[in-house]
Design a binder for this molecule. Structure first.
Ligand SMILES: C[S@@+](CC[C@H](N)C(=O)[O-])C[C@H]1O[C@@H](n2cnc3c(N)ncnc32)[C@H](O)[C@@H]1O
Length: 181
């Protein structure tokens, strides 16, 4: 079962998330992206980062999932308006994914793990659907539910068990990019 996402999806929350693009929020991942990759964006929310990532891996197929189906309607409407045809938005739970093993070359989570009570359990499930050699990337802020601070110790250790390509874990932002062995 999923956790309760305390921020909710009020219009004001969505507005603050929807200015995000891959360029201004997911620069940690851009160097790993290539046309044709299969990409999963977990906890995609309004989908602005997802759509931007999709342009960079087209014609690769992209799936954006979120535990809250309502937010996906807006994401899909934006997708339609932007004429992007390599993305589907689907309800989904990071703790239990409806995809086969090794389904994705890239998995991105932006500002998601701090909302999960058991981030390690979610990452074990994400690793299952990540192809060998695939890249798992995360960025967020931590301390309590919403501010700054290090990723919880077990989660940081888990990330380091991948081949770590880049990591930054300081008082302002946590970023991990790792490759599955
Ligand atoms: C802070 S928002 C980030 C949205 C988007 N990634 C961005 O940065 O613009 C966190 C999102 O994670 C989703 N979420 C929370 N728990 C989840 C879970 N277990 N599985 C999938 N999505 C989840 C929430 O519904 C919310 O849309």
């Amino acid at each position: 079962m999923s956790d309760i996402y305390t921020h909710g999806h009020h219009e004001s929350v969505l507005r603050s998330h929807a200015w995000r693009t891959a360029g201004n929020s997911a620069a940690y991942l851009l160097g790993e992206l290539h046309p044709g990759q299969r990409l999963l964006d977990v906890g995609c929310g309004p989908g602005t980062i997802t759509l931007d990532l999709a342009r960079r891996v087209a014609p690769g197929q992209v799936i954006g999932i979120d535990a809250e189906p309502d937010v996906l309607r807006g994401a899909d409407e934006l997708r339609r308006r932007q004429g992007i045809d390599n993305v589907t938005f689907e309800p989904g739970d990071a703790y239990g994914l409806a995809y086969d093993d090794d389904s994705f070359d890239i998995i991105n989570l932006h500002q998601v793990l701090q909302h999960l009570t058991d981030p390690v359990r979610a990452m074990i499930e994400l690793r299952r659907v990540l192809a060998p050699g695939g890249v798992l990337a995360y960025a967020g802020r931590h301390r309590g539910a919403r501010a700054h601070g290090p990723l919880p110790g077990d989660a940081a250790r888990w990330f380091r068990s991948l081949t770590t390509l880049r990591s930054r874990d300081d008082s302002t932002r946590v970023e991990f990019v790792g490759k599955r062995r």
